[in-house]
Design a binder for this molecule. Sequence first.
Ligand code: HEM
Length: 171
Amino acid sequence: MSDDQTEQTGDRLIDPIAQAPGYEQTETRIAVNGHPIHAMSVAFPVALSFCLLGADLLYWWTGDTFWARAALWAAGTGFLFGMLAGFSGTAELLLVRGIRARAAAWTHAIIAVTLLSVLGANWGHRLYGYEEAVLPYGILLSALGALMVGFTGWHGGKLVFDYHLGTSKGN
Ligand code: HEM
């Protein structure tokens, strides 16, 4: 056994993590009729994070209070729907052995929780004066949130499309 925990037998490398019981078991368990709840719920925080940045930019450009109020709502609903998505993702991560065994799933969880803290901070920052909160810190937090939601969503997509995590094998 070498330091990186791989073992060479002849010309085949064996990854000991891939030998873990249940490694191949990656089907979703938090689902409605085989449709994963996490995949269905992530659309809301993703879209609302971009709406939030858009509303902040429009407030900066026009000075219209409407956009500052829209940004407050986008921040709050983005955070709350993000928390819901986070609960379903965490349940999937902890309950499905093949997902729990893969480092990439934990990387996604860490990026996602960091994103949720940025969304929560952004909402909290606006609660006691949503108009003056926009410039400069609100819009900076929104830009960071949009960047991070891009990373989180892209990485989550890799889990599904590259590793086939949380999918259903069908009957
Ligand atoms: C906070 C804890 C989170 C955990 C532990 C988590 C875990 C996972 C896991 C295990 C998957 C693979 C598919 C599945 O099993 O359902 C996944 C997919 C995905 N996640 Fe998360 N996630 C979390 C939060 C988030 C958040 C907040 C977002 C976006 C705002 C997000 C975006 C995505 C996307 C876009 C996919 C791909 C879905 C698809 O294309 O079907 N995740 N996540």
